[in-house]
Write a protein that binds this ligand. Structure first.
Ligand SMILES: [Zn+2]
Length: 171
């Protein structure tokens, strides 16, 4: 009888000790999301996984979509155009104009900080390449034959952009 009591006591003690020593705060796991990743740390494999084949070809390999084939060349809806690579706001619909060239065209970026320019002499032409400042993704080129007030034409691939309509309801 004494032995049983003793064993019960040990068992109860072990249970209490177990409760008392359970770690606090270890159950809260960090909230990780692919969309929140730092684009500078994305590897080539990460980009291939995140982008469609066409987006990858344009953004990461500086490809150019065929004119009149992209999603936004003729879009006239009001809204915001974001980088398809990192989500940065690049252009707004107010500055989009009908250039007739078959690619979405803007006379200025949303802010100049969002766009990085580079000298491009490929394909036997001297052009100014424009890239997303945040993720380095290739967007298109800027030409000096645009309308007022800037006289610039940002000729951008649809594949580099994501459109966010103004009337679209936010969830
Ligand atoms: Zn970007």
């Amino acid at each position: 009888m004494r032995l049983v009591m003793l064993l019960c006591g040990i068992a109860a003690g072990a249970l209490l000790a177990g409760c008392g020593s359970s770690p606090v705060g270890e159950t809260a796991s960090p909230n990780k999301s692919i969309a929140m990743r730092d684009p500078a740390k994305m590897t080539d494999a990460d980009w291939r996984q995140q982008l469609t084949a066409e987006q990858y070809r344009v953004l990461r390999e500086k490809g150019t979509e065929r004119p009149y084939t992209g999603e936004f060349w003729n879009t006239k809806d009001e809204g915001t155009y974001r980088c398809a690579g990192c989500g940065e706001v690049l252009f707004v619909s107010d500055t989009k104009f009908d250039s007739g060239c078959g690619w979405p065209s803007f006379y200025q970026p949303a802010t100049t900080n969002d766009i990085t320019e580079a000298h491009d002499t490929t394909h036997g032409m001297v052009r100014t390449e424009v890239m997303c400042s945040k993720c380095g993704g290739h967007l298109g080129h800027v030409f000096e034959d645009g309308p007022k007030p800037t006289g610039l034409r940002y000729c951008i691939n649809s594949a580099s952009l994501q459109f966010e309509g103004k009337k679209e309801e936010k969830k």
